[in-house]
Design a protein around this ligand. Structure first.
Ligand code: 6PG
Length: 631
């Protein structure tokens, strides 16, 4: 077998381009079976065509579905070639449904005059050349196909197809850090032919791609490179190259390094944690160079990347469709077995929602840290805390809860590892960006800044130690909380966190006209990602009805049930001098957000007093602005 993995090669084009000739020659050359799509037309279609009547989409549907069935059956055991006109994008979608990743399209093209001449010179072709015009009218040229001009001889065409499809990879992975390596293995495990690249730095990064390939069986057919030009040339056109490199400057440098070797229509996918504004800038820049760009959030860490991450791509929807089969193949699956990958929206919206995902993640992590601290100061050891958290899985299951239990149980010898970890929390910047975005958009997602600043405060270890010497330890003598109240307070805060996160996405969507589907975003976060949870599963349905989850009947009931517990927990923490920034902020935010009358009238009066900034009056419905001479 010449082809390393089973593939269906579809040879398409209008009637008269010589599809059958090419199909059968290619079949001989590669030693794989060949099927002529025309043989699968029902009798009614053949009759219509020979009577000079064009087929409508209804006529075609059954035919396309039977070709899809044929392809699916064949590819289980062998590669094959199927020739058919497949002039429209949706015809091709039907034909390759469910086998997108293993479908290769070859488009034989020529001008109307060229093809007319060919048809006129062929006897016995059952389609009159007068119908060619209608074919050209409906033809939607495929973007995702190997284009071959029919002016070449059949032998040259076959040679070109063979060279392009057999010797090249379908997908390129640039950057073999932890995530890049895991994604490469994931792609290879899905039977995708990949090329992998890692830069060469003398004495520091040498033979990374080759060594990595040799380490894992599934990478047997992967092509390893440390030379950019060879890497790019090893890919089928339009090329699909996923970057898994550091965000920021490195991403720009890598793009510049790639550009000289790319061709019009190639696609770069940025899978790093890039800033969404930079993604928009890169998209516009690359468009000016006729290169396509998809910015995608990828969540799930090393394990997720290997077994199935949550993937959040954005950009031009047509370009997305060309990479979707690969991204869907490697994504985690939701409860209905649908990929946790969806087209998010235009511009950098994929990276925007990944950024908010991380903001939600920061808060979920901080809440767990606060809960652990409360439980610890209540007299539980790490194993006991782990037991308590584990028992919460019935009502508050999440990936982060699960790993926290494992973290707490981990021992080094007879001591708990977690107790030896320096209490300074790092960050890579996404929480910072989310905080900036929420402030810029004027959206009160207050928990994310609270979690971020808790990390920043933790970093001031020296100051904390010095001040502790001056002010003394917290007096936790009256700390006496019921575990169930702590669970309920935790749940309350998590609902606020998710409300704020989705509200931020919703407001950004309006501002940027992204038209984001909140329920679909929640759906792709039900598996594969760091913030997957039973609450997220609940939100998928809720967000179908409302973008404000606090308006949902079930959530209202839950909040009413949880409210007294968060009050008790926060109150006790304050009285016992315990810092719980996210638990506290959640209740502060909620109390303010549901109050009919806020004290903002005082702020307005103050602003008008010192700066003549004016104010509106509640006794004037015209919304007119007033100024008072206060002195
Ligand atoms: C994920 C994670 C991942 C990573 C971030 C956050 O969804 O897989 O969010 O992207 O953990 O880099 O890291 P910091 O906590 O370092 O900001």
């Amino acid at each position: 077998m010449v082809i390393s993995k089973n593939r269906v090669i579809f040879v398409m084009g209008v009637s008269g381009v010589g599809k059958s000739t090419i199909g059968s020659l290619l079949s001989q050359e590669l030693g794989i079976p060949y099927f002529d799509g025309d043989d699968y037309h029902p009798k009614e279609n053949v009759l219509k065509m020979s009577n000079g009547e064009p087929l409508n989409d209804h006529d075609r549907f059954g035919w396309l579905a039977s070709l899809n069935q044929l392809a699916k059956e064949q590819v289980i055991n062998t590669s094959c070639i199927i020739v058919c006109s497949a002039l429209k994008e949706n015809y091709r979608t039907i034909i390759s449904l469910g086998i997108e990743v293993v479908s290769k399209w070859v488009y034989l093209y020529g001008s109307f005059e060229q093809i007319t001449k060919r048809i006129e010179s062929r006897l016995g072709h059952y389609m009159p050349s007068s119908l060619l015009q209608s074919q050209f009218e409906i033809l939607e040229e495929p973007k995702n196909a190997l284009k071959v001009n029919v002016s070449l001889t059949p032998t040259e065409i076959v040679k070109k197809i063979r060279k392009e499809l057999m010797n090249t990879s379908e997908f390129g992975l640039f950057g073999l850090g932890v995530m890049g390596k895991s994604l490469s293995r994931n792609l290879a495990n899905k039977n995708i032919n990949i090329s992998i690249f890692n830069r060469h730095v003398d004495g520091v990064e040498e033979n990374i791609a080759v060594d990595f390939k040799n380490e894992f069986e599934e990478l047997e057919t992967a092509k390893p490179f440390d030379d950019i030009e060879n890497f790019v040339n090893s890919l089928q056109q339009p090329r699909k190259i996923m970057l898994m490199v550091n965000s920021g400057k490195t991403t720009d440098i890598v793009i510049e390094n790639l550009l000289p070797y790319l061709s019009e229509g190639d696609i770069i996918i940025d899978g790093g944690n890039s800033n969404y504004n930079e993604t928009k800038r890169r998209l516009d820049y690359l468009l000016s160079k006729n290169i396509n760009f998809i910015g995608t959030g990828v969540s799930g860490g090393e394990e997720g990347a290997l077994k199935g991450p949550s993937i959040m791509p954005s950009g031009d929807v047509e370009i997305y469709k060309m990479v979707a089969p690969y991204l869907n193949a490697i994504a985690a699956k939701d409860a209905n077995n649908l990929p946790c990958c969806t087209y998010v929206g235009k511009e950098g919206s994929g990276h925007f929602i990944k950024m908010v995902h991380n903001g939600i993640e920061y808060v979920e992590m901080q809440l767990l840290a606060e809960v652990v601290q409360i439980l610890k100061l209540s007299g539980n050891n790490n194993d006991e805390i782990a037991d308590i958290l584990e028992s919460w899985k019935n009502s508050a299951d999440s990936y982060l809860l699960d790993i926290t239990v494992k973290v707490l149980r981990k021992k080094e010898g007879s001591a708990w590892l977690v107790d030896k970890i320096m209490d300074k929390a790092g960050n890579k910047g996404t929480g910072n960006w989310t905080t900036i975005a929420t402030a810029e958009l004027g959206v009160p997602s207050t928990l994310i800044p609270a979690a971020l600043f808790a990390r920043y405060s933790s970093f001031y270890k020296d100051d904390r130690v010095q001040l502790n010497n001056l002010y003394g330890d917290a007096n936790t003598s009256t700390l006496n909380l019921d575990t169930n109240d702590i669970l309920k307070a935790y749940q309350f805060s998590r609902i606020m966190n998710h409300f704020q996160g989705f509200n931020l996405i919703s407001e950004a969507s309006k501002k940027h006209e992204w038209d984001l589907n909140l329920s679909e975003i929640a759906r792709i976060w039900t598996n594969g990602c760091i913030i997957k949870s039973s609450l997220m599963i609940e939100l998928v349905e809720i967000l179908k009805e409302t973008s404000n989850i606090l308006m949902d009947k079930k959530i209202i009931e839950q909040i009413k049930d949880l409210k007294s517990s968060i009050n008790i927990v926060v109150l006790q923490c304050v009285l016992n001098e315990l810092s719980t920034p996210c638990l506290s902020e959640s209740v502060q935010f909620f109390n303010g957000y549901i109050s009919k009358n806020s004290p903002a009238n005082i702020i307005q009066a103050q602003r008008d007093y010192f700066g003549a900034h004016t104010y509106q009056r509640i006794d004037d419905p015209s919304e007119k602005f007033y100024h008072t001479n206060w002195s």
